[in-house]
Structures are given as structure tokens and as C-alpha cells.
Write a protein that binds this ligand. Structure first.
Ligand SMILES: Cc1ncc(COP(=O)(O)O)c(C=O)c1O
Length: 431
């Protein structure tokens, strides 16, 4: 294999030397995108996505325990050694005098990080707040919106429970009304999905709340189409993008949502407790900051960063996670996630009693696979997977779903996918 990490780093270093030559960071990031590297080496993204040797090299950068098999990266993902080292260095640096080292020196990198995140998401710098996670970002929106009694909000019971509960709290406190959208997994028809959301909108609906990738089944919603329809109906749209960054290719300008939040400790493999809140520039003044805000900040996205002391080393090591993400490239990452997902589904489909809730199609299915077995309930399945086969997965018990979710990461080898599916087959046969 002619591509290796060393080449990436050499390319990266050479290109980054360009900083002094007047390149802006975004231009540099484009130059080291996987497309260029792969083209130079004559290997297509499709072939590289299946190249186990390449992914074994990527895997060697992570320090996962070998005590069990890791199939719950959707909850939170590990950082690789570059990100960890950067984080530790910054942590040690900060501990030499936190008041100055952390707040005054390390924190000077905040604005360049904001710029990198804006580039990563396809947004403007002044639309990006750096925070701790999706929950915090969406809490600012859900509790910060001026809604009055009788105003309506559209969401699904399959949106993330914390957000559903926030909306239920507003229902109780403020008398807003929730209109629920019913979904059946996998949803694979854009028109149907859009009309489900459209049917839930009334003249009183102010907000549509969407999950870009739904955590229960890995379902990808056609957010662009729903947003277009919702805007035509006069609604604003909030997108829960917890699973989007580092996982699928998207651009916030094109998506055109009004509000978006994500967690960087999921598919981007950034330090734990790092996230982003985005909103269109013209919306910032309308949202009350949840924690605190200087009067002069009304129109300034930084008002959402008045959250007190947090880990600046974790935030600043996000830059290293972005570098590695860019080195691999979102096209290759997406291709790898699709490949692993489809390898799982192809094997599971052959098992008697299996019910699969995730889509094989790239448009509707992310890297996560959710399935149930008719022979056994999901809790027993989840427990058996761990106790008998040392497979860590995630139980799914909501609405009509009685299932288990498995979420490999880029570096999960095919041999582990085979082991996973053989184990599920054994459970199916023994029950
Ligand atoms: C769809 C979705 N939204 C929000 C969250 C919350 O993410 P965090 O705990 O990073 O705030 C998750 C976590 O798994 C999620 O799956």
C-alpha cells in the first residue's frame, strides 16, 4: 500500500509551511484533502475504504482496550494518539499556571479554532459558538427561543430523549404544543418523509426540530428537503447534528437550517466534552443565552460561550482532530462507514428471525445498524452479546423498536464485523 500516515504527515507539514507564504487555513485544508492524496497515489476512495491494511494502520493510532469488542462508537468515540498527546501537552502547559497559561495564553487560539470549525461545517466564523456538546447547544436554542402559549413545535418521539424532554418542559411551563411526527424505520422515501413533517405543521407551528442522523437507528433524514418545506410554511428549523460531523458529508450553508448543534467527541474523535452551536447570523439576537450574556453581546455568537470554566486544553485539541479528519477526508470516511454498515446488514439479513431497522442506502443509512431478533427481547440480546461474546453494543427500547444498535468506527476491522454477525447468528439459533 503506497499511502501511509507518514506520507500524510509529510504532506501536512509541507503544506502547513505554506502558512508563512500567505495561504489561509481553509486553502491549506483543501490542499491536504484525501482526494488529492488518493489521486496522487492512484487509489480510489472505494478501494481504500475496503483496504484492511490501511485501516489497521489507522487503528494503531488508537488505544482501545482489547478486553472486549467495541460496537458503541455512536455514544462517544476515542481520540487517537496525536489528539491525546496534544491534549495532554496543553493540559500540562495549563497546569503551570492555569489563570494565565490556560485562560490568557492557550485561550488565544479560540478565534482560529472558531475559523477552522466554521470551515469544517460550511458556515461563517461569526455563526459558530464553541461549547461542550449537542445537549448544551440545543438547550440554548430550545430554552432561548421566545415562544408563547399556543405556539406549536414539530418533533418526533425518536429525536434524542434529552431534547424531547426539554420540549416537554416548555410544554408544561409555557403552554406550547408539540405535534408529533410518526416514523417507521428505515424511512427511504424523501417525499413520504417530507409529507409526514408537512402534515404535522399547522398555522401555529413556529419550530420544526429534526435529527440529522437519528441515534436509535442511524436513519439519515432528508433535512434539506424538510427545511425547504418548513421555511415555505414560515417555520424555523433546528437540526440536532450530534452524529453528523466526521460521519457524513454536509454543508450548513446548503442545508439552510436556522440552528444546529453537534458533538465533536463522537465521529470526529475530538476530546470528550467538545461541541459546536451554530445559528444563522441574523438569528443570534433573537435567542436568549441560557447561562449569561453581556448586553453588548446580544448579536454576538460568543454570548453562548459564557458558561464558566471549562477545559480549554480539550477545546484546543479539537484542532488536531480536525487535522486528522481532513487527512483522511470525509469522502473516504463516508465510504468506509457505508462499507462496514453494508457488510453488517448483508450478514444479518441471512439470520432467521432478524428485523433490521437501518437502511442500506447511503442517502438514508449512516454507519450505525439497529436490529432485533424475533426470538429474544432486546435487553437479553444486549446482555448476551456482552456476557457471552464480549461485544459492547447499545440497547434500543423506544416506541415500537425492541432492538440493539451496533456502531463500528472507521478502524473496526472486517474480522470483528464477521465475529459480531456470527455471534448474533449463534444467539438466534440458541433461542
Ligand atoms: C441524536 C443525538 N442528539 C444528541 C445527543 C447528545 O449528545 P451529547 O451527549 O454529546 O450532548 C446524542 C448522543 O448520543 C444523540 O445521539
Amino acid at each position: 500500500l503506497s499511502i501511509n500516515r507518514k506520507d500524510f504527515l509529510v504532506n501536512g507539514v509541507i503544506t502547513f509551511a505554506g502558512i508563512g507564504l500567505g495561504f489561509s487555513k481553509p486553502e491549506i485544508l483543501e490542499q491536504i484533502s484525501s482526494k488529492k492524496i488518493i489521486k496522487d497515489d492512484g487509489i480510489s476512495v472505494t478501494d481504500l475504504a475496503k483496504d484492511e491494511l490501511y485501516w489497521r494502520k489507522i487503528s494503531s493510532l488508537y488505544q482501545l482496550t482489547k478486553d472486549y469488542f467495541h460496537f458503541n462508537h455512536g455514544a462517544v468515540s476515542p481520540q487517537n494518539s496525536d489528539v491525546l498527546n496534544s491534549f495532554f501537552e496543553k493540559y500540562k502547559f495549563s497546569n503551570r499556571g492555569p489563570g494565565r497559561q490556560m485562560w490568557q495564553i492557550l485561550n488565544q487560539e479560540r478565534e482560529s479554532l472558531r475559523e477552522e470549525l466554521a470551515y469544517l461545517l460550511g458556515a461563517e466564523k461569526e455563526e459558530i459558538a464553541i461549547n461542550r456538546n449537542t445537549t448544551e447547544g440545543l438547550a440554548n436554542i430550545i430554552f432561548g427561543l421566545d415562544l408563547k402559549r399556543g405556539d406549536e413545535v414539530v418533533l418526533s418521539q425518536y429525536d434524542y430523549p434529552f431534547m424531547v424532554n426539554m420540549w416537554k418542559q416548555r410544554e408544561k411551563r409555557d403552554g406550547i404544543k408539540i405535534n408529533w411526527v410518526e416514523l417507521e424505520f428505515p424511512e427511504e422515501n424523501v417525499e413520504n418523509i417530507v409529507s409526514k413533517y408537512q402534515n404535522a405543521i399547522s398555522a401555529k407551528t413556529k419550530i420544526v426540530h429534526l435529527s440529522h442522523i437519528m441515534n436509535w437507528t442511524g436513519q439519515i433524514l432528508p433535512v434539506k428537503e424538510i427545511i425547504k418545506m418548513a421555511h415555505q410554511k414560515g417555520c424555523e428549523v433546528i437540526v440536532d447534528g450530534a452524529h453528523s460531523v466526521g460521519h457524513i458529508d454536509f454543508n450548513l450553508k446548503e442545508m439552510d437550517c436556522d440552528y444546529f448543534a453537534t458533538s465533536l467527541h463522537k465521529w470526529l474523535c475530538a476530546p470528550f466534552g467538545t461541541g459546536v452551536l451554530y445559528m444563522k447570523k441574523e438569528k443570534i439576537a433573537n435567542i436568549w443565552a441560557l447561562s449569561s450574556c453581556y448586553e453588548s453581546q446580544t448579536n454576538d455568537i460568543r454570548k453562548f460561550e459564557q458558561i464558566g470554566t471549562r477545559s480549554i486544553p480539550a477545546e484546543m485539541a479539537v484542532k488536531d482532530a480536525i487535522d486528522i479528519h481532513t487527512e483522511i477526508g470525509i469522502k473516504l470516511k463516508t465510504e468506509r462507514f457505508q462499507y462496514l454498515k453494508n457488510e453488517i446488514i448483508a450478514r444479518l439479513e441471512k439470520i432467521k428471525g432478524i428485523v433490521i431497522y437501518s437502511s442500506k442506502k447511503e442517502e438514508f443509512g449512516s454507519g450505525m445498524v439497529t436490529f432485533g431478533l424475533e426470538q429474544i427481547n432486546n435487553k437479553e440480546l444486549y446482555v448476551e452479546l456482552f456476557n457471552k461474546f464480549k461485544i459492547h453494543s447499545s440497547p434500543v427500547n423506544i416506541g415500537y423498536l425492541n432492538a440493539v444498535r451496533v456502531s463500528p468506527h472507521l478502524f473496526t476491522p472486517i474480522s470483528e464485523i464477521e465475529y459480531l454477525c456470527d455471534s448474533i447468528k449463534k444467539i438466534a439459533l440458541n433461542n
